[in-house]
Design a protein around this ligand. Structure first.
Ligand code: SAH
Length: 235
């Protein structure tokens, strides 16, 4: 945890908060703080700054926040991700949150197992936890938005044109395609497939919507690795 992340509702009018949960346990077991120690802190969807320890006991930690600066800049990307298997979803969401992606669309495709949509990892509370862990890692406060789309065709035909308007549209797809571009300044909509890849029909639909297939070389990467490699390369 590189940042103590708080919800604004946890603060009193003096910007003080009393932590008893995971954050308190983390301070207790890793940092063993004493009154007067400072830690990086931030408010969800707000500023970052520091927290001074007012009181630390085995049951709670009382802190007071001073907020100073804006969180790091977001990546200019809208990400379409074929719904990965639950464990990979958890890690992918955490990576995406750490890397600064703010607009995430989880999508059904032909090679996504239908049962994945029933996973407890898709409950709002679970998604929120993974995103928070990612933000804490990156010292970011801006919570990504995650939307779920269980039908590929209506999403691509009805929602995607607006979502991807005024952006460069890329779909990561191994094969004989142009190399994924590097160091872009413009806004990008990036589609990443499931473990089994996109089927031809899906690539055709995306291409019809203005998406360019791009590849990262002959090595096939796991989804969570592909996400990181693609974003590092694009930006
Ligand atoms: N079995 C599939 C690969 C799936 S990898 C196949 O052989 O086509 C999961 C997703 O990660 C892919 O759909 C793609 O979006 C991305 N990906 C992984 N490795 C890639 C590479 N070398 N080039 C482009 N995209 C890649």
């Amino acid at each position: 945890m590189n940042l103590l992340l708080l919800d604004a509702s946890e603060l009193n009018i003096h910007y003080e908060a009393c932590l008893t949960d995971r954050r308190h346990q983390h301070l207790k077991s890793i940092h063993k703080p004493v009154a007067g120690d400072h830690f990086k802190a931030g408010i969800i969807n707000g500023q970052v700054g520091s927290a001074v320890i007012l009181e630390h006991t085995s049951d709670f930690t009382r802190i007071q926040l001073t907020l100073e600066t804006s969180p790091p800049a977001a990546l200019p990307v809208t990400l379409l991700l074929a719904l990965p298997r639950p464990r990979m979803l958890a890690r992918s969401l955490e990576h995406l949150s750490t890397l600064g992606v703010k607009d995430i669309h989880l999508l059904h495709t032909a090679r996504v197992e239908k049962s994945y949509w029933q996973s407890p990892e898709l409950q709002a509370g679970k998604i929120h936890q993974h995103l928070l862990l990612g933000l804490e890692q990156a010292r970011d406060t801006l919570l990504p938005q995650v939307s779920l789309h269980q039908r590929f065709k209506p999403f691509v035909e009805d929602r995607l044109p607006e979502l991807s308007a005024a952006s460069r549209k890329l779909v990561a797809h191994p094969g004989n395609y142009p190399e994924c571009p590097r160091g872009l300044q413009e806004r990008v909509t990036l589609a990443i497939g499931p473990e089994g890849g996109f089927v031809d029909y899906e690539i055709d639909k995306l291409v019809a919507g203005g998406f360019q297939p791009v590849q990262l070389g002959e090595r096939i990467l796991r989804v969570e690795t592909a996400v990181t490699a693609l974003l590092a390369r694009l930006f």
